[in-house]
Each structure stands twice: as structure tokens, then as C-alpha cells.
Write a protein that binds this ligand. Structure first.
Ligand code: MN
Length: 319
């Protein structure tokens, strides 16, 4: 067998610019080959994230959620069951909970209820006394489900990243891929979209002087372990904005700052969290065969200590 090595073409002037800005020549070449255009894109600071104001309807969603938080309305998150949906659900639960919301979640059983927010699921939500339905990582195609929910008197906010069809539901929609949304990163994952909505919600609640000594502003960076896992596992393109989210999440993990469930996933996958890399997120922790375990991290929104979690996951792996 002969091995043929093909060298990936690189824009040499971009490569030189990166080197002149201080990048190691090898790193510069690797980055230039992966569409990095400017030295600014090598930065991974959180303040380099695209602003939530440029994500269409993100502020409208935040305003509706802020009303719900202040009026203590019942919010129900409708999630999907892959790693992106599961982490998006956990981010929504943790973030909204930290802001004092009354929030619960529902994940359709694909065999019983089909995918996403169906009319049947809207009925279940109504029976649970829900006031506001919030979809994560799904909903853009749920025309009938949204209509049924509204018929039953529920308000709906859709957060999604999937490509929309010709027709979309008639409600507040946050999706970087919807028509008319100028948000520069079209590769935001479902977990990234809900993270953006939470950033906007925190700002909205701050404007409303909602936070006090009794309930302080949550540090949303604490959710970045989940955002990093969902983003890489969903195999969206790691553009600059996603690289910031993933890089910051991985840095936190390497410092041991992660929820017990994620730490347990590292253990079960026999990976070292002190050296957490994107590879771990995609192939070790987030892969399909780990889905039941990834769901467990959502329930690690519940206070379970990590040795217990690891023990449970290990017994799951043996079964
Ligand atoms: Mn997704």
C-alpha cells in the first residue's frame, strides 16, 4: 500500500499575519488552514463573544422570560434527547433556576411522542399547568405543536438552531439560521442559543432591578462546561464564536470547575479532565453510546455527589 500525503492549501498571507502577531509558525499554519483570518480570532476571551443583541428576537425572548420570572409563571422546557438537547436542557434548568424561575422540563419519548414539540406534548404541558413553553434545540419545525399550545392558552418561545423550512411557528423565535437574523455565527448549537438567551435575560432582569442581596446575579460562566460539551458533541463548525465558548468551557474543566455529572463522564470514558480537549467532548463524553450518561448529567442538576454518580454510570456501562 502506498500512502499519499496531501498538503492542505494555506493562505500564506494570512499565515504570515498570524506569525507577525506572535503565533507559533506551526499553530499559525494550522489556524490559517482552518479558516482563521485575523489574529483577533485567536483570542478566546469571553468578552470577544458576538453580542446577544445581534441575535434576532433574543431580547424579546428575554423580556418574555423576565415577565415569567417576576410573575412566577410556570416555565416548561421542551428539549431533545441528543447531547446538544440534553445539555441545552440542563443549561436552561440551571440558568433559569438560578434566576429564581419556576421551571421544569419535558423530553419527548421519540417512540411515543415523536420528535420535538408535537400537539400531544402541548397537551401534556397544559395539563401540567404550564404558562410558558420554552423549546431548546428544537421547535423551529413545530408549527402544529406551537399552534396547539397557544390554543390551550400557553405562550411559546422557540430557541433552536436547525435550518427553518418555508413556514415557521407564529411565536418568538431565537435561531441564528432564521431569515432576517444577522447573527454572524450560524453555527451556534442549541445549547449555545439558550446560553445566549440567558445572557440577555440576566441583562433584562438587571435593568428591571430584579437582583438583590437575597438573589444575586448568577455567574453564567459556570454553565460553560455544559455549553462546551453540547457544542462539540453536536458537531457544529467551531467558528470563532464557538471556539470561545468551547475553549472557556474546557479551561474551566481543566481547573476542575465542572458539575459532578461531567466529571463522572470523564471517569467513565477513562479520560483525564485535567487535560480536557475537544476530542473528549466529541468522541469520549458526547458520543451516541453515551447518551444515557449524558442525560444523567442533566439530572446532575440534582445534587448528587460525584462518587455516587460515577458508581451509577459504571454500573450502567456494564449493563
Ligand atoms: Mn442541536
Amino acid at each position: 500500500m502506498t500512502v499519499k500525503i496531501q498538503i492542505r492549501p494555506v493562505n500564506q498571507s494570512v499565515c504570515n499575519t498570524l506569525i507577525n502577531a506572535g503565533a507559533d509558525p506551526l499553530i499559525a499554519r494550522l489556524c490559517a488552514a482552518r479558516d482563521v483570518q485575523t489574529p483577533q480570532e485567536l483570542e478566546d476571551r469571553l468578552n470577544g463573544l458576538l453580542p446577544y443583541q445581534s441575535l434576532v428576537q433574543c431580547e424579546a425572548a428575554a423580556a418574555r422570560l423576565a415577565d415569567a420570572v417576576q410573575k412566577q409563571e410556570k416555565i416548561l422546557i421542551v428539549a431533545d434527547y441528543d447531547a446538544d438537547g440534553a445539555t441545552a436542557c440542563a443549561v436552561g434548568m440551571k440558568g433559569l433556576g438560578a434566576m429564581g424561575a419556576v421551571v421544569d422540563f419535558l423530553v419527548p419519548n421519540r417512540f411515543e411522542h415523536g420528535y420535538g414539540l408535537t400537539p400531544e406534548l402541548a397537551e401534556i404541558a397544559a395539563e401540567k399547568g404550564t404558562n410558558l413553553l420554552l423549546t431548546v434545540d428544537n421547535g423551529i419545525a413545530s408549527l402544529a405543536g406551537v399552534a396547539r399550545a397557544q390554543e390551550l392558552g400557553l405562550d411559546v418561545v422557540v430557541t433552536d438552531h436547525h435550518l427553518p423550512a418555508e413556514q415557521v411557528p407564529d411565536c418568538i423565535i431565537v435561531n441564528p439560521n432564521q431569515r432576517g437574523c444577522g447573527f454572524e455565527s450560524k453555527s451556534l448549537a442549541g445549547v449555545g442559543v439558550i446560553f445566549y438567551v440567558l445572557m440577555a435575560l440576566r441583562a433584562e432582569l438587571r435593568r428591571r432591578h430584579y437582583f438583590s442581596d437575597g438573589l444575586q446575579e448568577p455567574n453564567l460562566a459556570e454553565l460553560l462546561d455544559l455549553v462546551a460539551l453540547g457544542t462539540v458533541a453536536d458537531v457544529v463548525s467551531l467558528d470563532h464564536n464557538n471556539r470561545i465558548l468551547v475553549s472557556q468551557g474546557l479551561k474551566r474543566m481543566r481547573q476542575g470547575k465542572m458539575r459532578p455529572g461531567i466529571r463522572a463522564l470523564f471517569e467513565v470514558a477513562r479520560r483525564d479532565w485535567r487535560k480536557a480537549q475537544p476530542f473528549d467532548m466529541g468522541f469520549a463524553l458526547g458520543r451516541a453510546s453515551m447518551q444515557p450518561a449524558v442525560w444523567t448529567i442533566c439530572h446532575s442538576a440534582l445534587p448528587v455527589c460525584w462518587p455516587t454518580m460515577t458508581h451509577r454510570l459504571k454500573s450502567w456501562r456494564r449493563s
